[in-house]
Design a protein around this ligand. Sequence first.
Ligand SMILES: Nc1ncnc2c1ncn2[C@@H]1O[C@H](COP(=O)(O)OP(=O)(O)OP(=O)(O)O)[C@@H](O)[C@H]1O
Length: 244
Amino acid sequence: MTLEVEHLSVADLVRDVSFEVGAGERVGLIGESGSGKSLTALSVLGLLPDELRATGSVRLDGQELLTASERELSRLRGNEMAMVFQEPMTALNPAMRIGRQVTEPFRAHRPPGRPAAELLDAVGLPGTARAYPHQLSGGQRQRVVLAMALANDPSLLICDEPTTALDVTVQAQILSLIKTSLSAESSLLFITHDLAVVASVCDRVLVMHEGEIVEHGSTRDVLTSPQHSYTRRLLAASDLEATR
Ligand SMILES: Nc1ncnc2c1ncn2[C@@H]1O[C@H](COP(=O)(O)OP(=O)(O)OP(=O)(O)O)[C@@H](O)[C@H]1O
């Protein structure tokens, strides 16, 4: 799978953004709040709010997504692309048992996919199939969302601040689960404002500032010898040294 984003713009909030994510690559998209990271991800997923329109090109294995029908996008989101957002409750149905939710991605599939218990075991949640979301902790709910996202073995996983709402120890568990559960051929676009997270998860990083990508390179290069003044400020303001 290759994701090619070319000259993507969303109003004046995302401006002329271009990047590529190849098969098996783990790419971080970093930048402060409001820099356009989420709008970039939503454009890829075809989930922009109605009042915003993306221009340019977003291709998944050569298929243009910006002009794809809602039906096609929804098929791709169930199979090729999966996402995990900051707040797990937005992805979960509060009135549906966990076991049913994790098998929801298979509902239209013949033959049916893996059993709920197996999917839940894989994210460290054995015996929770009959629970409702409110009976789980925030970290456990995010594990459920991850189980749903990984159920169809997507070729592209997009995570938008998946650990920001969680406390530090739980953050580390979820990050490690993302790293170990994503298959080696699957690609990852990981949005965060936390440079320590990028350092632990990503091979490559894109730095976004005021709607534009101002710097990109290997995680090591960008974090050890940043070229752009904004990246230098971002590093200076982070506690990256302290977390090493
Ligand atoms: N529906 C919308 N209509 C108008 N402006 C919007 C809309 N959604 C987001 N914006 C604005 O677009 C800019 C980029 O937002 P975006 O959510 O992509 O930022 P972000 O980098 O992901 O920040 P955060 O880390 O806070 O999520 C912000 O200034 C935001 O206020």
